[in-house]
Design a protein around this ligand. Structure first.
Ligand code: MTE
Length: 321
């Protein structure tokens, strides 16, 4: 995320979005893809081929949730990250998130529900059949990736806890432990990192409770051991390393809307027609495609997930940005 200098004059790091990407990687990938000879299957194989062999996680590909774009390489997806608890530079999380202990890990699901649940990570892994889904992820900074995630619809959780009639929103609270997370020493955000969704957004089948990627458990820098992925919203809505999920009556105060409310709204749907106050959102740079002559891609409404449009019928998406 890009942040301005704060008005008190405290020097707030400025995450670079123009870090040059490894051009040679895309060339190598293209050559390999020619050898494999197919687009979707070959590209997926290729992205997997670069996985370094973390703990495997079996999941059945769900053909209902696939985009045909070439997946981002494992290397790019795991070394170009936003995870401010581990630093504000894109390569910080890959270098420093080794200190995150992902076991034991429990997640409490509580609030306006009839059946609150506290689950350890193994129970969460077994709660519903794991699926592999290839989603586009569009960051508010203007870059995007395509990632084969592993998880199941968050609706599976909702079903089990039985929200009461008072539950209108879902709040995702993430780990904030100074001993494990060096970035917490910096006041860039109010910790813990909190995100939220309206209950109907959280219930949408696309909203993925995510436990892995590229055939393996989540790497620490990508939000191990459990995160949410909401593909039609800017990437910051996809909170990493969740420890508590609360069903609540009122719209949650979220980390980014507290830090810069005029820039980062609660909804944050990908929308090429609503500019960020400091830059356009009409186009995006696909990570891995940044050769000198590569054109930016056009950003699609709802990041291409037009099936969510009915959630916002009658809403002014300029006002509810
Ligand atoms: N979750 C936490 N806890 N802390 C963060 O700083 N950054 C967000 C989101 N989730 C963030 C977070 C942002 S800005 C983005 S773009 C995505 O994570 C990036 O996810 P990725 O690194 O897996 O691509």
């Amino acid at each position: 995320m890009l942040i301005k200098r704060n008005p008190n004059g405290i020097d707030i790091p400025f995450g670079s979005e123009i870090t040059p990407r490894a051009i040679f990687e895309s060339r190598r990938r293209f050559i390999r893809q020619l050898a494999v000879g197919s687009i979707a299957g070959g590209a997926l194989l290729d992205a997997f081929a670069q996985a370094p062999g973390g703990q495997k996680l079996a999941a059945k590909p769900n053909p209902g949730f696939v985009v045909m774009d070439k997946p981002t390489s494992y290397k790019d997806a795991t070394t170009y990250n936003n995870f401010y608890e581990f630093g504000t530079e894109k390569d910080d999380p890959a270098r420093t998130a080794g200190s995150l202990r992902t076991r034991p890990w429990t997640i409490a699901i509580e609030g306006e529900v009839r059946k609150p649940l506290t689950l350890d990570i193994d129970s969460l892994l077994k709660l519903a059949p794991l699926e592999e889904r290839v989603y586009r992820l569009r960051c508010v900074e203007g870059w995007s990736m395509v990632i084969p995630w592993i998880g199941y619809s968050f609706a599976e959780i909702i079903k089990r806890v039985e929200p009461t009639g008072n539950a209108k929103y879902v709040e995702f609270v993430t780990l904030a432990d100074r001993k494990q997370m060096p970035g917490l020493r910096s006041p860039v955000l109010e910790w813990p990192y909190v995100e939220g969704l309206r209950l109907d957004e959280a219930s949408h089948p696309l909203t993925l409770l995510t436990l892995g990627m590229y055939g393996e458990v989540l790497p620490n820098q990508n939000g191990a051991p459990v995160r949410i992925v909401v593909p039609w919203k800017y990437g910051f809505k996809s909170a990493k390393s969740i420890v508590r999920i609360r069903f609540v009556k009122d719209q949650p105060q979220t980390a980014w809307s507290i830090s810069a409310p005029q820039e980062y709204g609660f909804y944050s749907n990908v929308n090429p027609n609503v500019d960020h106050p400091r830059w356009s959102q009409a186009t995006e740079r696909r990570i891995g495609e940044d050769g000198f002559f590569t054109r930016k891609r056009k950003t699609l409404m709802f990041n291409g997930y037009s099936e969510v449009a009915s959630l916002y019928t009658g809403m002014d998406l300029k006002k509810f940005y």
